[in-house]
Design a binder for this molecule. Structure first.
Ligand SMILES: [Zn+2]
Length: 261
């Protein structure tokens, strides 16, 4: 009886566990593309903060520390929840009016703090790890999803016969399906000239979040609970996935070049 109870509890825990981030590869791709687009000066200044280590190395740290209860307050920094069918103006208004320490507000304050040269080295490092990570999350469309389904976490689907949910599919399953390492994925995405890259990184955080929001609406519109997804789904969404990773990387580079360049 005890065993059955334990099993039932384990199943419950597995089913209710939610994920809130690009998987490890997705975050590393964003960080690596950013690293490859840094100015010489930004690279030099970043070296003073994180030494020779790659940005990709730190990109998943904010997810790993979720296991540390003293960081519990940071869980809400990884996403924003917004209403449906918002125009760009309404969306911006909602973002600016929120008092929650969410992805939007936290990222803005991290950037402001990092511009302060008197910030302690430890604080610079922690802020930087979060910034690298959160710009990645800002480009995973379902981190700008609906509150009622926890950004797709509550929409169960099948991926090649395995039970998963829409959020996890976008965090990691689609990225992993490509079978690229993070450096290979960065190499195939980071192929454009400066003019193209500049165009892609136009705008500011709120406009980038609105793009993710729009992409999330498309994701909600093209899959429903219990759908059996496989090759066709990847084929239909490949461009969106690649665009979001590339944009995340180039925009992170833009922010870092502005702070450190
Ligand atoms: Zn995250």
């Amino acid at each position: 009886m005890k065993k059955i109870l334990f099993l039932a509890l384990a199943v419950l825990l597995i089913n209710t566990s939610t994920s809130w981030a690009w998987g490890t590869t997705g975050h590393r791709v964003v960080a690596e593309i950013a690293e490859r687009n840094l100015t010489r000066k930004a690279k030099k200044n970043l070296k003073k903060i994180i030494g020779d280590q790659k940005l990709a190395y730190w990109s998943n740290w904010p997810d790993f520390i979720k296991s540390d209860p003293t960081w519990k307050h940071a869980d809400a920094w990884h996403y924003v929840n917004v209403g449906t069918s918002l125009t760009p103006t309404d969306f911006t208004k909602e973002m600016n009016e929120t008092t929650a320490d969410n992805l939007y507000k936290k990222t803005l304050s991290l950037i402001e703090e990092l511009k302060d040269k008197d910030l302690s080295l430890e604080k610079k490092q922690v802020n930087l790890y979060f910034l690298i990570h959160l710009i990645g999350d800002a480009h995973q469309p379902l981190h700008v999803g609906r509150a009622e389904d926890l950004g797709g976490n509550r929409i169960g689907v099948e991926w090649f016969g395995q039970k998963t949910n829409l959020h996890t599919l976008w965090d990691s399953k689609l990225v992993d399906f490509t079978q690229y390492s993070y450096t290979e994925f960065s190499t195939v995405l980071n192929i454009h000239d400066k003019k193209f890259n500049n165009r892609l990184s136009e705008g500011e955080l709120v406009t980038w979040l609105y793009e993710s929001y729009t992409a999330a609406q498309h994701i909600y519109d093209t899959a429903k609970a219990d759908d059996k997804l496989s090759y066709k789904y990847y084929f239909d969404h490949q461009k969106d996935l690649e665009d979001q990773l590339l944009k995340g990387g180039l925009r992170l580079a833009k922010i870092l070049n502005e702070i450190y360049g």
